[in-house]
Design a protein around this ligand. Structure first.
Ligand SMILES: [Zn+2]
Length: 236
């Protein structure tokens, strides 16, 4: 299993919303931009302030981490990726089983009308023109299926992630500080079930002392892994 966070997206030049170059630098509190009550009151605030970040992810390319994980899955070595990221780069790299625990902008829905679905591509085209996706039934602005503050985490994804964490022999923790839920809890399940953790992150995490292996430089580790995979004739 792999659990990925913002640290791997920054390798694809996607700013960490919380880190430098994120919304904080622009003087915008992420808690307000991604707040469900704020969105219900004034959805334009989200699209105006987060639009240029969220709706440009299709222009980005997967990093060496994304491509190595997709390769390991093809080999049958990696079972799935649990991600906190909302940029859909694992899918773009070719990963088949991606569990998005904070949702994603892949789909947009109406907070009032059931059954309304608008894709990322449709929404991105509108946002690019300074517009917003709207409900064809009631005209209300649609919300991306990203988990906002004040919303509960996607139940299905949470359940799947928990199940995979229980069964994992090894969980790779890549570019996550393990501070927000459910990332803070998932690896503990693996540990409790006798699995091992390998952590690669440039900042400390609460589980550093419990890790079987601990590395700091994602790019360095995965460039090495990439070379190793290229040199092998087939699955490990
Ligand atoms: Zn509607």
């Amino acid at each position: 299993m792999a659990l990925t966070g913002a640290g791997i997206s920054t390798l694809s030049n996607i700013p960490d919303f919380r880190g430098k170059n994120g919304l904080y630098t622009a003087g915008l509190p992420m808690e307000k931009v991604f707040d469900i009550d704020e969105f219900e009151g004034d959805p334009a605030y989200f699209y105006t302030n987060a639009g240029s970040m969220v709706y440009t992810v299709h222009e980005k390319e997967p990093s060496i981490v994304h491509t190595c994980l997709a390769e390991l899955e093809r080999w049958g070595t990696l079972k799935a990726v649990i991600t906190q990221n909302i940029d859909m780069l694992h899918q773009k790299a070719g990963s088949q089983r991606v569990i998005e625990v904070h949702g994603s902008p892949r789909m947009h829905y109406c907070l009032r009308c059931a059954g309304v679905r608008v894709s990322y591509a449709e929404a991105a085209a509108l946002v690019k023109d300074g517009d917003m996706p709207r409900c064809p039934k009631c005209g209300r602005t649609l919300k991306p299926a990203i988990t906002f503050y004040g919303e509960s985490l996607p139940l299905e994804a949470r359940r799947e992630a928990e199940g995979e964490a229980q069964d994992a022999d090894v969980m790779l923790i890549l570019g996550s500080c393990l501070t927000v839920m459910p990332a803070a809890a998932i690896p503990r399940t693996t540990l409790q079930r006798g699995g091992r953790l390998v952590i690669v992150n440039d900042m400390r995490t609460p589980l550093d002392d419990d890790a079987a292996m601990r590395f700091w430089d994602l790019e360095e580790v995965f460039k090495g892994l990439g070379k190793l995979l290229d040199s092998l004739p087939g699955p490990l």
